[in-house]
Design a protein around this ligand. Structure first.
Ligand SMILES: Cc1cc2nc3c(=O)[nH]c(=O)nc-3n(C[C@H](O)[C@H](O)[C@H](O)COP(=O)(O)OP(=O)(O)OC[C@H]3O[C@@H](n4cnc5c(N)ncnc54)[C@H](O)[C@@H]3O)c2cc1C
Length: 1012
């Protein structure tokens, strides 16, 4: 079906000029009307929050501190807590006010003005400006007032992201109640709202905006199907009620990650026969997205094909900062335009497309920008589309004079009215405050900064063109704002994780899993001198989700093969160590490139051999690539001798030699990343190695070995020795010809290695270096002012991601007493929303690694039941050949218990209550381990204390305590967690090298050469 697409690019110059003249004319008319009216109350500079907003716009640091304080305020229960936080955010020590601000504050009565103003009530007042509250009477009174003022409305329920299915049910239930409540009242109103009168007929007076993220709590990028199914289950009753009440349902658009899912859900549910012609429906599209035009034409084509009229609400988009920052953090393409003028120009282009397709879709333009509004009116005029065919939409509490002007021009206007509690509404309030005070925003420029009409009505396409001309003639490039400058190791950038919201990426992995199954059961020999060596014994590697499936058979080495591997490695080392660092680095980069080539196949292997879910598997492969690239880049730096001190007459240079030959003893939980990381560091440093992978993941190790050979690693430099760790591993560790051991694994084995390596045999050439990384009993503190939504989601991911089988996993959760009951309730509800199942089904909590591990963890759970209160236990599929352990949460766990102290390495979380932050810190530090830790808090002072006092190698504030990225989060602990080394950090390579310093006296007979 044909979609009319904008003719703007082809418009002839006359037409363009006429359109631009029209825009100016409409703009001037709107400005005449707005300038005659009083400015929006937010910018009145009167009263408490008028003053605060003015200050915020004058001082970026004050703005950040103020908005952070506003964000935490609703969670603060007592006036003591409020005043503590106020001081921590806005006290004299925290904000260095600009001179003008200092004067202003002094005139207002100093800090005591803030303290004494009943600040919670004031902020509640500020919030009320943008949202309707939760009181039924208040809601209907406000809506009635809008109706009387000829302004239509759409109602949204605050509280966007739900963390559990219980909350999603509550959210959906609240919609039904709200629809009934408003419908009852509308029936009593004396006359319909004029803004609902369209030339095509009367529009539904009851209009609701729904957020998809609130209808399903477990959206997983790799599994949109389940999200669509579950959200549909909650949507259907809402749509049926909408049919019965004659209501309109709009889908709001949220973050980019949910965009395709929202579009798919929309098209799917409104294609169901029962909803194919009613209720009336629509959705929002965001012009700041580079791919918005494709989506818009897709939606229009869909509407035409089905002959289904729908409304498109065109907005610019509310999550610009978030999209920009997240894409940068993930090294994904930034989906939004980098410049405001590009968004504005796109909004105009898309407005034209909408108006050109007026015969198929209704248009709603969601903007407060006079230029954007004027463009719509001028373009409609040009195309002959009556202005009452479409509507303008604006947010409740914003841009009052512009709303009045639009109504006076005879246009239809709808206000977006959020209802609900202040607490869940905070994200919305902060978004509005940011939008209103943004330097780039239209409202601040018009009403606070007094920009000229000329500037405000400037054609955004001209601005973009002028900017491009300027850039073309300078060295600058367009960098999205907020881009942190990259200051890491030259030449290194983290491998982006796969974006599983993309259908082709999901397809690739699904195909790879299918292809791998066909190859199940192959034999994987040892590799010595790059040659396969078969043995008598073959150990099956089983799929933890289906124990009858043999992923592959690994050759079992004996002492004889271990010695032969050692001989090969020693033979190869000298030549390899003598090669230039550049050459060795190049081999590692080739390995990284090959892993990238085979990413889907490697992920599939991780899913089926290690039971990692899709995202975890993908992250492990990406990390392996990172290790290779990072250590290659680092070795290039270390490969150049560096002067220790410049002194006349003497040259002093430090450089590094390889240690020799080592053994790499790796675990199964990061089967590729840790093995590749330890091996690549040692190898690039010029050593030769024997890989001794875990018995549980030998096939992944064999694939890595193949990649080393394919990348050109010479015979003997890397050797693969699968087999019983207690025999061949122990033999090599104790061997006098082994120079170093890199180990990651359990404390039990780690300590044995540490001890064995310390013993020197007669004739042993070197003291053995041991890189030893062991487990943790990691703790997160949840402070009484923590953002609960984030803390619940972060703790669930930290505790149950990869079934709790990460050494960084959360296993002790210390919650402050004020929050304890409420937090635990939400945590349990969130945990109960998880799905346990085979890892190949994306979005699931999978099996643990082996039957033995399963039995050990289940036994620990039984012990736990005697030590603490079993607060919740999930269910696992009844699949006898799978190694599932139901996720389990214990509460009120005593610090002396085994549950609190012992590493479990499974999906078991121990929760303990702390009286105050001091006790929380003491509990967190009460452990023999020191690996990772975390703290969720919005108290700047407590955050600083956590940073200074929590005993761990990696501390994470207000985020998960797992998921370290190479270079960004060098990883490793101390105490019984390890020897203090940092994998993925700058100094890591030095563990595999010995430093040498060469000093030369350059003074001969009193003659010193010129400084080199
Ligand atoms: C009724 C209504 C419903 C809405 N529903 C949604 C919704 O479902 N989903 C949603 O995301 N938003 C929604 N919004 C919010 C809307 O996206 C913002 O209010 C809107 O972007 C502000 O645009 P403006 O034209 O009023 O202001 P302007 O000041 O002209 O534009 C501000 C916008 O420009 C964009 N921008 C700012 N800086 C840059 C930059 N450097 N580069 C590129 N672009 C930049 C951003 O989108 C920013 O919001 C809705 C708004 C209204 C009025």
């Amino acid at each position: 079906m044909a979609v009319m697409t904008s003719t703007i690019p082809e418009k002839d110059p006359n037409e363009k000029r006429d359109l631009e003249a029209g825009v100016r004319e409409w703009g001037e008319r709107i400005f005449s009307l707005t300038d005659a009216a009083e400015g929006p109350s937010l910018f009145s500079r009167k009263g408490f929050y008028g003053t605060l907003i003015e200050w915020a716009m004058g001082d970026e640091h004050f703005k950040t501190q103020l908005f952070r304080f506003v964000d935490v305020l609703p969670t603060l229960a007592s006036s003591a807590e409020i005043s503590r936080h106020l001081k921590e955010y806005l006290g004299d020590d925290q904000v260095k006010l600009s001179p003008a601000l200092r004067l202003g504050l002094k005139a207002a009565g100093g800090m005591s003005w803030l303290f004494g103003s009943g600040i919670k009530a004031q902020v509640t007042g500020m919030a009320r400006q943008f949202m309707l509250g939760n009181d039924d009477k208040e809601i209907v009174t406000t809506l009635r007032k809008l109706n009387d003022n000829d302004t239509a409305f759409t109602v949204d329920i605050l509280g966007e992201t739900v963390v559990s299915e219980t909350e999603a049910d509550q959210y959906a239930g609240r919609y039904l109640e709200l629809m009934d409540l408003i419908a009852r009242q509308i029936g009593k109103w004396p006359r319909p709202c004029k803004s609902n009168e369209s030339p095509r007929g009367l529009l539904p007076p009851l209009n609701l905006s729904v957020k998809i993220s609130a209808l399903y709590s477990q959206v997983h990028p790799a599994d949109p199907e389940t999200a669509i199914e579950r959200a549909s289950e909650r949507l259907r009753p809402i749509l049926r009620r909408a049919q019965a009440l004659g209501a309109f349902i709009n889908f709001d658009m949220e973050s980019y990650a949910l965009k395709d899912l929202t579009l798919r859900l929309f098209k799917k549910i409104f294609a169901e026969p029962v909803f194919a012609s009613s209720p009336s429906c629509g959705l929002a599209l965001q012009a700041y997205l580079k791919d918005c035009e494709t989506d818009l034409t897709g939606v229009i084509a869909w509407a035409r094909e089905r002959n289904r009229r729908l409304t498109v609400r065109l907005v610019k988009g509310a999550y610009w900062d978030y999209e920009t920052v997240m894409a940068q953090q993930r090294h994904w393409p930034v989906p939004v335009f980098a410049r405001k003028a590009e968004t504005d120009a796109n909004f105009e282009r898309l407005s034209s497309i909408l108006l050109e397709n007026d015969s198929a879709v209704d248009s709603a333009f969601g903007t407060h920008n006079v230029r954007s509004i004027a463009y719509v009116l001028a373009e409609a005029e040009r195309l002959g589309v009556a202005c009452r065919n479409f509507e303008f939409q604006m947010l409740y509490g914003m841009a009052e004079p512009i709303k009045d002007a639009v109504l006076q021009l005879g246009c239809r206007l709808r206000e977006y009215c959020p209802v609900g509690e202040l607490l869940p509404g905070m994200a919305y309030l902060v978004r509005r405050l940011l939008e209103n005070t943004s330097n780039e925003g239209f409202l601040a420029n018009k009403f606070a900064k007094g920009s000229s009409r000329e500037d405000l009505l400037r054609n955004p396409s001209d601005l973009v063109a002028a900017d491009e001309r300027r850039l073309a003639s300078s060295e600058e490039t367009v960098a999205p704002a907020n881009v942190g400058r990259y200051e890491g190791t030259a030449g290194f950038q983290n491998e982006p994780h796969t974006d599983f919201t993309l259908a082709n990426e999901r397809e690739k992995l699904r195909n790879a899993i299918r292809d791998l199954r066909v190859k199940f059961g192959q034999r994987f020999p040892l590799i010595i001198n790059n040659k396969p060596i078969s043995t008598h014994d073959w150990h099956p590697s089983l799929n933890p989700a289906h124990q009858q499936e043999v992923v592959g058979y690994a050759a079992q080495a004996t002492i004889a093969e271990a010695d032969s591997a050692l001989g090969a490695a020693r033979m190869a080392q000298e030549k390899w160590g003598g090669k230039p660092a550049e050459e060795r680095a190049a081999v590692l980069e080739k390995v990284a490139g090959l892993m990238r080539r085979d990413k889907a196949a490697l992920c599939a292997l991780e899913v089926l051999e290690a039971g990692k879910n899709w995202s975890e598997a993908d992250a492990d492969v990406a990390e392996a690539i990172d290790f290779c690239n990072f250590y290659a880049a680092e070795m290039r730096l270390l490969g150049k001798p560096h002067r220790t001190q410049a002194v006349a007459g003497e040259s002093n240079f430090q450089h590094w030699w390889p240690r020799g030959t080592g053994v790499i003893v790796a675990p199964w939980n990061f089967p590729l990343a840790i093995l590749a990381g330890m091996a690549s560091a040692a190898v690039v440093a010029g050593n030769s190695v024997i890989l001794k992978p875990s018995d549980q993941t030998p096939v992944i190790a064999a694939r890595l070995m193949e990649l080393f050979i394919e990348a050109g690693s010479p015979p003997g430099v890397v050797n693969l020795l699968t087999g019983p760790g207690g025999v061949v591993g122990a033999h090599l560790v104790a061997h006098p010809q082994i120079d170093f051991i890199a180990f990651t694994g359990s404390k039990e084995v780690g300590l044995k290695i540490w001890e064995a390596a310390a013993r020197t045999a007669a004739g042993q050439a070197n003291l053995k270096k041991v890189v030893c990384e062991m487990g943790g009993k990691n703790c997160i503190i949840v402070d009484s002012d923590a953002d609960m939504d984030e803390a619940v989601v972060g703790c669930i991911a930290s505790a149950f991601g990869y079934q709790g089988q990460k050494c960084s996993a959360l296993s002790r959760l210390v919650v402050l007493a004020d929050n304890y009951d409420k937090f635990l309730e939400r945590l349990i509800a969130a945990a109960a929303s998880l799905r346990v199942g085979p890892a190949e089904e994306p979005g699931t909590i999978g099996p643990v690694i082996t039957r033995d591990a399963q039995q050990r963890i289940l036994a620990m759970i039984e012990t736990g039941k005697r030590e603490a209160r079993l607060a919740w236990q999930g269910t696992a599929p009844n699949t006898p050949d799978a190694c599932y352990v139901p996720p389990t949460i214990f509460a009120e766990v005593p610090p002396a218990s085994r549950l609190f102290r012992q590493e479990i390495f499974g999906p078991v979380l121990a929760v303990t209550k702390a009286r105050d932050f001091d006790e929380a810190l003491a509990l967190a530090n009460d452990s023999e381990f020191a690996l990772t830790a975390g703290c969720y808090s919005r108290s700047p002072v407590n955050i600083e204390r956590a940073k200074a006092e929590m005993v761990c190698g990696n501390l994470y504030i207000n985020r998960t305590c797992t998921g370290a990225a190479v270079e960004r989060h060098p990883f490793g602990g101390f105490k019984m967690s390890g020897g203090g080394t940092k994998a993925g950090g700058r100094e890591y390579l030095q563990n595999f090298l010995v430093p040498r310093v060469v000093t030369e006296n350059c003074l001969r007979r009193g003659f010193a050469p010129a400084e080199e």
